[in-house]
Write a protein that binds this ligand. Structure first.
Ligand code: SAM
Length: 248
């Protein structure tokens, strides 16, 4: 029985590819790629000769059974997306789900993921966080999305597209106010990597003054709503109030 390797590829800086990713991509019988031309460039950069086929959002449901059949026939297959970790806002879920259902062997070859790469340099709490994918396309849905993210009480990480960033930030401002802290991470691991942490209104001015900063790939992060005083039980609050004058 063959193995399906879920192989992460760089999100910008090609030096971020792992040694295991290179050996895996060089040794498998087939590579399922989100875009065969895009992956072709990566493979030729690393001098890897391999057979690729397209696996994208529009065909992965139909292709999933074929892939499981190939694995059962003993073929080793790697699954890659255009950049980063497959399945994370990228194709592959239908395939891995079917593999698990039918007992096929799936194993990860981990590497870059824009969400985690952004989070670890954001300065926001990392003990609890949620990744909530791309922001919705419509303004009202987006405002609700930001409100829900904030209300969750934990750090939220989301992907945003360059042509929607300003409209999204306007909605974020409407939903949570001009002072709401937000972290913006752009072009991670690339030449024009930029981080901005501050109020949403400040971020809007920053991006308006330097419109080239709106372009490229970007991640938005939002801290969760702080725990409210009222969430501490009333008797504990009374106890704290009594103890406060005695405290150093
Ligand atoms: N599977 C990928 C991953 O592991 O991050 C994400 C694929 S998703 C289709 C593409 C989105 O990821 C972009 O629109 C952007 O929000 C984010 N992204 C990817 N590369 C990035 C980078 N170098 N810097 C910032 N954001 C990036």
């Amino acid at each position: 029985i063959g193995t399906l390797y879920i192989v992460a590829t760089p999100i910008g800086n090609l030096a971020d590819i792992s040694e295991r990713a290179i050996t895996t991509l060089s040794s498998v019988d087939l590579i399922a790629a989100e875009d065969t031309r895009h992956t072709g460039k990566l493979l030729s950069h690393f001098n890897i000769k391999a057979k690729t086929f397209a696996l994208h959002d529009h065909n992965e449901k139909q292709k999933a059974q074929q892939i499981v059949d190939w694995l059962n026939e003993g073929l080793d297959i790697a699954l890659v997306s255009d950049a980063g970790t497959p399945l994370i806002s990228d194709p592959g879920y239908a395939v891995v789900n079917l593999c698990r259902e039918q007992g096929a062997h799936v194993t990860p070859v981990p590497g870059a993921c824009a969400a985690i790469t952004a989070l670890c340099c954001s300065g926001l709490p990392t003990d609890r966080f949620q990744f909530i994918g791309f922001t919705p396309a419509k303004s009202q849905a987006r405002q609700q999305f930001f409100l829900d993210a904030y209300e969750s009480g934990i750090t939220s990480i989301m992907y945003e597209s360059t042509h929607r960033i300003m409209a999204s930030l306007d909605d974020l401002q409407t939903a949570l106010g001009a002072e709401q802290q937000v972290v913006f991470a752009k072009e991670l691991t690339k030449t024009y990597e930029t981080f901005f942490s501050g109020g949403v209104a400040e971020l809007i001015s920053f991006l308006t003054e330097e419109p080239e900063k709106q372009r490229g790939e970007l991640v938005l992060m939002l801290p969760g709503k702080p725990k409210q005083q009222e969430e501490i039980p009333a008797d504990a609050q009374r106890m704290l109030a009594l103890l406060e004058p005695e405290m150093p």
